[in-house]
Design a protein around this ligand. Structure first.
Ligand SMILES: [Zn+2]
Length: 491
């Protein structure tokens, strides 16, 4: 058997102003041909797929795999670069099956359903019979083109996403069985007009825990090949958002539809539990300061670059400076100008400047700071928590600043050149900061940080901050979202 493996992963926040072009994909990793094999052993979809291909003795045709940090619309140029490479490989290699690593919430300059457009082009080039198995992020907005052109969709089961390699493995095994004629996958879906709050999508909390328990029970029933739930990405103003259930059975589309509806009905019976009570900034800081021990993690929900934000939001830092919070660290603020200034000044120097909130007007205000440059580095690190373990990444050039607070205290701030979600303790350690020794840690992450930080956190507080991932949807000028949809409408 000959298997073609490829992928393009992007979660598109259509409210972000800056488009996502090839340079953003190159910066996060653009693997071509045999380079895909470098991901073997990592907890990624491609890594899991490569490992299983080797185990099963399948002949691999590795084409291209890339992802970019979530952000604005993907350019046609970046989209075409990947899709034409897959089309060319299909024409040249004539594989028996295809596994694609997709996100499911990509919007491009020309396509509302970027992933659907990828699948449509690949299907057209591959022909109607060829198995095309696509993995999806848990936050996919599943559109009709995706359903029409994929043989099977396999979304992640976990949030934080720690089953990436497992899903890659599952996709390869399903492709192999379909190619051998052992099974004939057919898929059904159920859409729900629900945009659940991120924090309640945490796999360890209700109602997600029970929903996924039902999904796994359905997967064990006779005739079912795989089942999943996409929890949607709310900051994409497109015509098909909302949660989607997918069920794939062996040749029985009626059974697939019955089970998709069963899971959908169960989600609907519990959807109002997907609302989160958030802390106001000053309340959260007060709570953290008066908590015995530590660290207390403050999740900067409005400014999670994992959802396409500017990563330069300042509202929590402002509070930490203003309220006398000792032993606090902010991870991170993306501000290349201030990084450049710190590098010019050098380690140990004092600087005075305006920090953060320079990308747009949605992430707070630039803050006047007086700071000591405590540490300079190239920002390279390797994830070592449960998510993305083994993957290399970089913050870009990075400065740790000791920022003077109003009461003579110092707040440590990791200021960097790239927008990176603070989901791993490795980011802090790479900057010489031991997270367990901190009193307060403010993180730009909504849920993913839980994998690495829950074991050390005394308390986790979800903070209502401004930004492009705010859960207050009234802050966004939606035009194309179909209504009614919960929680914007009371249904
Ligand atoms: Zn996700």
């Amino acid at each position: 058997m000959r298997l073609l493996l490829a992928g393009i992963v992007h979660e598109t926040n259509t409210f972000a102003e800056k488009r996502t072009d090839l340079d953003e994909f190159e910066a996060s990793g653009f693997y071509r041909g045999e380079e895909l094999l470098d991901l073997a052993g990592t907890n990624t979809v491609i890594g899991g797929a490569v490992d299983t291909v080797r185990e099963l003795g399948i002949e691999l045709i590795p084409v291209v795999a890339t992802s970019a940090i979530p952000g604005g619309l993907v350019t046609d140029r970046a989209f075409e670069r990947v899709v034409t490479a897959i089309e060319a490989a299909l024409a040249r290699e004539k594989p028996d099956a295809i596994v694609l690593d997709l996100h499911g919430a990509m919007v491009t300059e020309s396509h509302d359903d970027g992933d659907g457009a990828v699948l449509e082009r690949v299907r057209a080039a591959a022909g109607p019979g060829l198995p095309i198995i696509a993995t999806l992020d848990l936050h996919a907005n599943v559109g009709p083109q995706m359903l029409a052109n994929a043989t099977a969709l396999i979304p992640f089961d976990t949030y934080p996403h720690i089953d990436n390699a497992e899903r890659g493995d599952e996709a390869v095994r399903l492709a192999a069985r379909a190619t051998a004629g052992e099974v004939r996958p057919v898929m059904a879906s159920r859409k729900l007009p629900v945009l659940p709050d991120g924090p309640r999508q945490f796999s360890g909390a209700e109602p997600t825990r029970s929903i996924m328990r039902l999904v796994h029970a359905v997967e064990k029933r006779p005739g079912v090949l795989t089942a999943g739930v996409c929890f949607a990405f709310p900051w994409a103003d497109c015509p098909f958002p909302g949660m989607t259930v997918t069920v794939v059975t062996d040749g029985d589309s009626e059974l697939a539809a019955t089970y998709a509806n069963e899971i959908g009905d169960y989600i609907w019976s519990r959807h109002t539990e997907f609302r989160t009570d958030l802390w106001r900034v000053e309340e959260a800081i007060h709570e953290a300061m008066t908590t015995e021990g530590g660290p207390v993690v403050l999740a900067d929900l409005g400014d999670n670059p994992g959802g396409g934000t500017a990563a330069d939001g300042t509202s929590i830092l402002w509070g930490l400076m203003d309220l006398g919070a000792d032993g606090a660290v902010v991870s991170t603020i993306c501000d290349p100008e201030v990084v450049a200034l710190a590098f010019e000044a050098g380690e140990g120097a004092n600087i005075e400047t305006m920090l953060g909130a320079k990308t747009d007007e949605r992430h707070g205000y630039p803050i006047p700071i007086k700071a000591t440059v405590k540490r300079l580095s190239n920002g390279d690190f390797v994830y070592d928590g449960p998510m993305d373990r083994g993957v290399h990444d970089t913050l870009g050039r990075t400065a740790v600043l000791g920022v003077q607070g109003r009461y003579g205290h110092v707040v440590d701030v990791i200021v960097c050149e790239r927008r990176v979600q603070s989901l791993d303790t490795a980011i802090l350690r790479s900057q010489g900061i031991e997270p367990a020794d901190c009193k307060i840690i403010a993180l730009k992450s909504a849920v993913h940080f839980r994998g690495a930080f829950m074991p050390i956190a005394a308390k986790i507080l979800e903070v209502d901050t401004p930004g492009l991932t705010s859960l207050d949807y009234s802050r966004f000028p939606y035009e194309r979202l179909p209504r009614p949809i919960w929680p914007m409408d009371d249904i």
